[in-house]
Every structure is written in structure tokens, then in C-alpha cells.
Design a protein around this ligand. Structure first.
Ligand code: SAM
Length: 197
């Protein structure tokens, strides 16, 4: 019990430290996401926003799925990617839409979990700023246990505005899944095979 507490506390400290001292620019993040296409065919993004990451992953992954709750942002993305059959845009709360996306996957995927309230002209589901625990529960139940799950904005996981702390998130992950977890560069990574991330 004490050991676990120390581990959880270390996760929280690491997260704070990394978000303060390591910060990737949006293009650096997208380059890193694109690099995983060497080992995965499917890319699933929650929180489309302006579609910049979706666009950067198109033609890199064989299939790209993205979901956005804000109607206008969704409509713009759907229009932008119309005609590109390998990109599928979904509208709605990712907590509710993700099961439909996961059911369509034909193998392990890279998940980029980035759906969260981000200020004016973005959306959220009711009063909940992040659907992260529901998203993870869906992914953990999926047939494949070999996904690579990347959660952006680790610095926000401090137990406020419906975000769990990093320690609570780790507890959730280890009690509901076989995934390991690390935090680096403001990104939380859940993985099975260290060779694949
Ligand atoms: C940080 S932005 C996403 C940035 C984008 N992934 C990128 O890499 O450029 C977060 C987006 O998540 C959306 N969002 C918030 N809650 C959501 C939910 N429950 N389901 C789907 N999208 C959500 C917001 O409307 C916002 O557009």
C-alpha cells in the first residue's frame, strides 16, 4: 500500500516536472504521431478541433478516425476531408462515439486522446471537461490489447475540472487493463510492447 502510494506520487511529480520542462511544438508532436505509422495502420483521434492533426496523419496511416463534439468544428472537418475515404469524421461525445469507432478497427491502433474543453468555440459534454475515463474503458474492452494509447496535455491531470490526477489515472489503468504507463513531454503513454512506442 505504501509502495503503491509512493509510485503514484512519483507519477504525479514526474508529470508536473515534465510539463514544466519539456514541451513539444504542435509540429513536433505531429511528427512523433506520424512516426508510429511504421508499426500501426489505424489512427484514432478524439477532439478533431481544426483538423490539423487529422490532416497531418492523412496519407500517413491507412485509416484515420476522428471525433468532435462541437457541431461547427465537426462540419468544417467533414467538409475539409470529404472525398478522402480513408478519413472518417464523427460527430458527438467521444465517450459515446468511440465504441462505434473501435468496432470498425481491423487491428491495433494509435489512439490520440485529445478531446477536452479548450475554451471559447470548443465543446464539452455537459459539465464534464474530459471524457478520458470513459474513452479508456472503451479501448480496454476492445478485442485488441496491443493498442498504443497517447493522451495529450498530461499537465491538466491534477484532479480538477473533472480530470483525474495522474495517480488516479494510473490506478484506473492498472486495475482495468494490462497496459503500462509513462508520462513524458506532456503526453501520457499507455503501451504493451515497449518496442512499439
Ligand atoms: C485540444 S482540442 C483538439 C486538438 C486536435 N486534436 C489537434 O491535435 O489539433 C480539443 C477538442 O476536443 C473537443 N471536445 C471536447 N470534449 C469532447 C468530447 N466529449 N467528445 C469529442 N470532442 C470533444 C473540443 O471541442 C475541441 O475541439
Amino acid at each position: 500500500m505504501i509502495k503503491q502510494f509512493v509510485r503514484d506520487f512519483q507519477y504525479a511529480l514526474n508529470s508536473r516536472e515534465h510539463s514544466l520542462f519539456t514541451h513539444l511544438l504542435p509540429n513536433e508532436k505531429r511528427d512523433r504521431l506520424a512516426a508510429h505509422a511504421a508499426k500501426y495502420d489505424n489512427f484514432v483521434e478524439t477532439g478533431t478541433y481544426l483538423g490539423e492533426t487529422t490532416a497531418a496523419m492523412s496519407g500517413v496511416y491507412r485509416k484515420v478516425y476522428t471525433v468532435e463534439i462541437h457541431e461547427e468544428l465537426y462540419r468544417k472537418a467533414a467538409a475539409r476531408f470529404a472525398g478522402q475515404d480513408y478519413i472518417r469524421c464523427f460527430h458527438g461525445d467521444s465517450a459515446k462515439v468511440l465504441p462505434e469507432i473501435v468496432a470498425q478497427l481491423d487491428g491495433p491502433a494509435v489512439f490520440w486522446l485529445d478531446a477536452h474543453y479548450s475554451g471559447p468555440r470548443t465543446g464539452k459534454a455537459g459539465s464534464r471537461e474530459t471524457p478520458i475515463e470513459d474513452e479508456l474503458a472503451t479501448i480496454f474492452e476492445s478485442e485488441s490489447k496491443e493498442h498504443l494509447i497517447l493522451i495529450d496535455d498530461a499537465r491538466l491531470f491534477v484532479g480538477k475540472n473533472s480530470y483525474p490526477t495522474i495517480g488516479r489515472l494510473w490506478k484506473f489503468v492498472r486495475t482495468h487493463s494490462p497496459y503500462s504507463m509513462t508520462v513524458r513531454d506532456d503526453i501520457i503513454r499507455l503501451y504493451r510492447d515497449p518496442e512499439r512506442y
